[in-house]
Design a binder for this molecule. Structure first.
Ligand code: ZN
Length: 334
């Protein structure tokens, strides 16, 4: 099997079998940040492997050099040799199509995600400017809205936003716990993980692992934010706040369309160019229930050895395609 074939096989196995593995795995629930890192690493390794598979068709290992002119010449020589036979011509064409396709999809996905984030930034800046208010004893910007919701806005001016509905609904300790949860999102830079997951999901939504990555990462980061909040607040209080919001029956007003019912906490938005870009997320009933159960019956912390194994697996997923593609180069150099 050629290196390109091995990389395509790698991408297919990880991209299509990955969701099954992550669905069955229980360790991410015991170390949600590591779990989120594993999902992002696995998801990103798929387009990287496909891109490298295309590149290896016309990048000769033996001709690798720091001289750009020589490198281009070696590539052209290899392509000319490939086009000498029908099979070689087909392979060379497929490699070029794959390379250009992956690069263009990546650029398109990045543009889409950044455009959406910027639109969210503008909308939230306007909303907070016109409707946000500082309220005594609440360390967050308050929106005069009856729906119970809270979310974090990432960027240069990191902000936690709550609605009047959630302020009125929750007790003082419950509201403090919710604010700690949102602050945890910001402090842990969860928006960066979510942006990384969103990018690959936009690039190749046909691949299940990539398509599911934002939701899977989001769920794990919600658990981590709960854990971080639970370091300073009673888990029972956090759980009761979650239940209170999830069972709130206030009908949302159309004036704030991004805020959904049954929301306690949202992912922080991505920061394109350091700006704000919130991306509130609805915690569905089953997810809220899972979080409540996890808060009331926290799983045992993952042992150090298994954490080390998880980090090794993440490193292998991150470097795997590169090492696979570089194998012939290393062989050629030795
Ligand atoms: Zn949250």
């Amino acid at each position: 099997m050629t290196v390109g074939g091995a990389l395509i096989l790698y991408a297919a196995v990880v991209g299509f079998a990955g969701p099954v593995c992550f669905r069955r795995a229980t360790w991410p629930l015991r170390a949600p940040r590591l779990g989120a890192a594993a999902v992002v690493a696995a998801a990103w390794s798929v387009p990287v492997a496909l891109l490298l598979a295309g590149v290896t068709v016309f990048l000769p290992a033996s001709g690798l050099t720091v001289d750009v002119g020589q490198l281009i010449g070696a590539c052209l020589t290899r392509l000319r040799a490939a086009y000498g036979t029908p099979a070689g011509a087909g392979l060379a064409t497929a490699g070029q199509v794959l390379t250009v396709g992956m690069l263009s999809r990546g650029a398109w996905a990045a543009a889409q995600v950044l455009r959406r984030r910027r639109a969210e930034q503008r909308r939230h800046r306007l909303l907070l400017r016109w409707a946000g208010a500082d309220v005594p004893d609440v360390s967050a910007v308050v929106l005069e809205q009856t729906e119970a919701a809270a979310y974090a806005v990432a960027g240069r001016q990191r902000t936690v936003v709550v609605t009047r509905g959630i302020v009125d609904l929750l007790s003082g300790p419950e509201l403090s716990a919710v604010l700690a949860h949102e602050q945890a999102h910001l402090a842990a830079r969860h928006h960066r993980w979510l942006t990384a997951a969103a990018l690959v999901a936009h690039a190749l939504p046909v691949v299940p692992l990539l398509r599911d990555a934002p939701a899977r990462v989001g769920r794990l980061l919600e658990m981590e934010a709960d854990e971080l909040a639970a370091a300073h607040h009673e888990p029972l209080v956090i759980a009761s706040a979650l239940v209170a919001v999830a069972t709130s029956t206030v009908t949302p007003r159309a004036a704030v369309p991004y805020a959904k019912p049954a929301v306690i906490a949202h992912r922080a938005g991505a920061a394109a160019g350091g700006g704000q870009a919130p991306a509130p997320r609805s915690a569905g009933g089953s997810e809220a229930l899972a979080r409540v159960q996890r808060l009331l019956h926290p799983p045992a912390r993952l042992p150090a050895l298994r954490r080390a194994l998880a980090r090794t697996a993440i490193a292998a997923l991150t470097m795997g395609p590169l090492l696979l593609a570089a194998a012939p180069i290393m062989v050629a150099l030795t």
